[in-house]
Design a protein around this ligand. Structure first.
Ligand code: 2P0
Length: 342
């Protein structure tokens, strides 16, 4: 992973692509806010067709980092992006500022895990631009510090992010547990709103930890859920994975709904989609739902059922669009010109 450099020794540039991931066993809550350490482990699948592509260009002479997201300067994202690049700069012993140019081919900040793919791509591109040559585990640790779920988007397929025990968090890292090809499930994402959510995940988790009476029960029951999901994945047992995944999703939302004031991430179409998915499964269609901190519903299904599931969700009143995707691969470096053209 040598830095892709132009002719100037003063400019270091690289680009990377990462895909969002969807947790089947959810992450919600932090045991250390500063280091971004989770109170629970989590388990996810990485998607294929949705992506973030990011170029990072370190340039001497810049007085601050600059970020362009989807073609527009976006100062709102700057604080977190700078904090993330600072972790890489301190590894490299460098203070040079960077221009970040990033594109998502899906709505940003709307419960579609744009922070997961965004920070995974940023860390990978930054690592390459600076020539750090970090291992994937080290990249996952750094991505986690930038946004928890980004730890998982370093890897494709089925991924588990460990809670870790160490106070410094170095063991709170994601690892792949099964390749996509070993069990290539499909996902239909029902988009029910394009609006950015009012309460972001970071704030939502903090409010939940401070006020939800179910926080300790959530922590106490997570290990069993992870074990059940791992066993279902090893056995490629769809029904078993369906039951534990819907359980973890609903439990996370029950926990957040019981915060003060309650966090209600669903709209009417989200709920209608939940009922539709359960109806389909009762009719024998291998499909289950999961929902993150936003109103989009992700229906996970066997590939043979994907077209029927997507068609059924398109019929649900309030569904704006359904994106069909398979499971994807690892975050990867890409050609700089291709990333910026995206
Ligand atoms: C997850 N979510 O496991 C859970 C389920 C949303 C619901 O991880 O504060 O953006 O940056 O660590 O990673 C979203 O939280 O939060 C998330 P931070 P992040 O996918």
């Amino acid at each position: 992973m040598n830095p892709k450099s132009d002719d100037s020794a003063l400019t270091r540039v690289a680009a990377a692509q990462a895909q969002p991931n969807i947790a089947l066993i959810k992450y919600w809550g932090k045991r250390d806010v500063a280091l971004n350490l989770p109170v629970v482990g989590s388990l996810s699948i990485t998607l294929d067709r949705l992506w973030t592509r990011t170029e990072v260009r370190f340039e001497t002479g810049l007085d601050a980092d600059r970020i362009t997201l989807n073609g527009r300067e976006d100062p709102k994202q700057l604080r977190r992006a700078t904090a993330c690049l600072d972790l890489l700069r301190s590894r490299a012993g460098l203070s040079t500022r960077a221009r970040i140019t990033s594109t998502n081919n899906f709505p940003t900040g709307a419960g579609l895990a744009s922070s997961a793919s965004g920070f995974a791509a940023l860390v990978l591109a930054g690592d390459a631009a600076l020539g750090l040559e970090l291992s994937t585990a080290e990249l996952s640790v750094l991505a986690r510090r930038c946004s928890g779920s980004a730890a998982r988007s370093i890897f494709g397929g089925y991924v588990e992010w460990a809670r870790g025990e160490r106070p410094d968090g170095e063991d709170s890292v994601a690892r792949p547990i099964l390749e996509t090809d070993a069990w290539p499930l499909s996902v239909a994402v029902a988009i029910t709103s394009m609006a950015e959510k009012a309460i972001g995940s970071t704030e939502g988790m903090n409010r939940t930890a401070e006020t939800s009476p179910f926080q300790q029960a959530w922590i106490d029951t997570q290990e069993a859920d992870l074990a059940e999901a791992r066993a279902a994945i090893v056995a490629r047992d769809f029904e078993r994975l369906a039951v534990i995944s819907e359980y973890s999703c609903l439990k996370m939302h029950a926990l957040a709904l019981a915060a003060k004031p309650g966090l209600l991430y669903w709209n009417a179409a989200t709920v209608a989609c939940m009922h539709r998915v359960r109806q389909l499964r009762a009719q024998g269609v291998p499909v289950f739902f999961t929902i993150d901190a936003g109103p989009q519903l992700k229906a996970v299904c066997e590939p043979a059922a994907a077209a029927a599931v997507a068609a059924a969700l398109r019929e649900v009143p309030g569904v704006l669009n359904v994106v069909e995707t398979g499971l994807g691969g690892d975050a990867k470096l890409m050609d700089v010109a291709e990333a910026v053209a995206a």
